[in-house]
Ligand binder design. Structure first.
Ligand code: TRP
Ligand code: SF4
Length: 435
């Protein structure tokens, strides 16, 4: 089976296949007032999003976690993640952002000083200018946060080298800092559930699918530290406890579950089991919420399973990968508007080889970098987007027309953004934590 490599520049084409291969669930939640990418198939998969969905529906607290790789400049591919973060923040989530300086040092040889400079001068002002709420956003550095590094060595006790090799395909030549860096990311994602950083709550991590290996690792590790587990039974749901003092713990579990509205129980101490007879699989999350709130009282390493959503990676403007190191492949948030128009003009489209062919056979918007700009970023109105799609297919719309329109929308966006960014520069210290 092919592996997903978070540090390579692979392009993924067949997202449905990826989903099947790695057990990612299809994303089809309806979210009120969400940005268009949530309903246009750009966010195509998830793990454990139900926990988040429930909390949004009930107006209960949850968190968002993301990280930035401090190398190069921030482009529209990166913007997509922040659009999602902002949406969750509007729904009440608090936001933590890791500057992945250890990972940048490990996998790209970037010094911690350089990473700090890039984060503070390039990324953080952009995040603020994109509209993150200063009062509920925190940016920190992996290398400076004790709790993150502690999780990396401590919780790694429950994962072994063979699993690491199977997940990441490391070889004998991989340096040890690089080998450790996924554990640092596990620390990023889990530490925000410690009391000091907001407490036990579901946390959503919106990522490109290249980050899925880290999510799988984190979810596995979190799961292995749990003392309670849940599994469906022929009748009802079973709760199992794997630590000491089984009877006491199962009694407390029953009391807690009663608070959550369950009434009929059966206990089997030798099996270390408590059966909830008036529950079914649809109560899974509610049961889990109850058990976590109990387990929290005696297990310092209990966590909600971190949730992830996966978005498609934007194609580069030239048809290949969008990359910070190749400026012609990406629109950067700080590009000047004229430069950006030029990039759009030179972009690879899905148009016919000649205008004649294009008129006759139509274009391929699904293979068009300009259409992608509309779809991901520039056009909110679904109806209008569909019109573009259809008229392209019918050969009625020319690529020149699209490029002109995209160029103008983009130039306007960049102009507005430039102003916001000037304002944002002074606010950086308000959200950055140095420990
Ligand atoms: N590995 C991520 C990247 O390459 C950055 C990152 C670090 C991250 N810690 C994280 C992403 C925690 C999500 C959550 O972009
Ligand atoms: Fe892309 Fe527009 Fe050309 Fe269609 S007409 S291929 S959408 S640029």
């Amino acid at each position: 089976m092919e592996l997903i490599n978070p540090w390579s520049s692979q392009q993924y084409k067949d997202y449905a296949k990826l989903r099947d291969q790695f057990g990612i669930q299809e994303f089809n939640f309806e979210l009120p007032n969400a940005p268009p990418i949530f309903r246009r198939g750009v966010i195509f998969g998830h793990r454990g999003f139900e926990y988040i969905y429930n909390r949004i529906k009930r107006g209960e607290k949850f968190g968002v976690m993301t990280g930035l790789m401090p190398s190069g400049r921030m482009h529209f591919g990166h913007k997509m993640t922040i659009d999602q973060v902002r949406y969750y923040q509007e729904q009440g989530a608090d936001v933590h952002i890791a500057v992945a300086d250890i990972e940048a040092y490990a996998s790209r040889g970037i010094s911690l000083e350089k990473a700090k400079e890039i984060a503070l001068e390039e990324y953080v002002p952009n995040y603020i200018a994109l509209g993150l709420d200063l009062k509920r956003t925190e940016v920190y550095f992996q290398s400076r946060r004790r709790e993150v590094k502690d999780i990396a060595w401590k919780l790694a006790k429950k994962v072994n080298l063979s699993e690491f090799l199977a997940i990441y395909g490391f070889s004998g030549e991989t340096n040890m800092t690089h080998i450790q860096s996924p554990l640092i990311q596990v620390g990023d994602i889990l530490h925000v559930q410690y009391e000091k950083f907001g407490g036990r709550r579901p946390v959503i991590v919106p990522v490109g699918v290249d980050q899925d290996p880290h999510m799988r690792l984190t979810r596995d590790i979190a799961d292995r530290w749990r003392m309670f587990s849940i599994s469906p039974q022929e009748k009802g749901m079973g709760v199992f406890y794997k630590g000491e003092d089984v009877e006491e713990k199962l009694n407390r579990a029953r009391d807690k579950l009663e608070e959550y509205g369950f009434e009929k129980f059966e206990m089997n101490i030798p099996y270390k089991a408590l059966y909830i007879l008036d529950a079914s699989e649809k109560d899974y999350i509610r049961i889990d919420e109850a058990l976590i709130s109990l387990e929290e009282e005696f297990n310092p390493e209990v966590f909600f399973p971190p949730a992830a959503t996966y978005h498609r990676l934007m194609t580069g403007l030239t048809g290949g990968k969008m990359s910070s190191s190749q400026p012609e492949t990406a629109i950067f948030l700080t590009d000047n508007p004229e430069e950006a128009k030029k990039k759009v003009k030179n972009a690879k489209t899905g148009g016919g080889a000649t205008l004649e062919e294009h008129r006759k056979y139509g274009g391929k918007p699904e293979k068009c970098a300009v259409y992608e700009l509309f779809l991901y970023h520039l056009i909110d109105d679904d109806k209008y987007l569909r019109e573009i799609y259809n008229s392209c297919k019918a050969g009625e719309r020319s690529c020149g027309q699209c490029k002109k329109e995209a160029g103008e929308l983009l130039a306007q966006w960049l102009k507005d953004f430039r102003e916001k960014r000037e304002w944002a520069k002074d606010k950086v210290s308000e959200i950055v934590s140095l420990e």
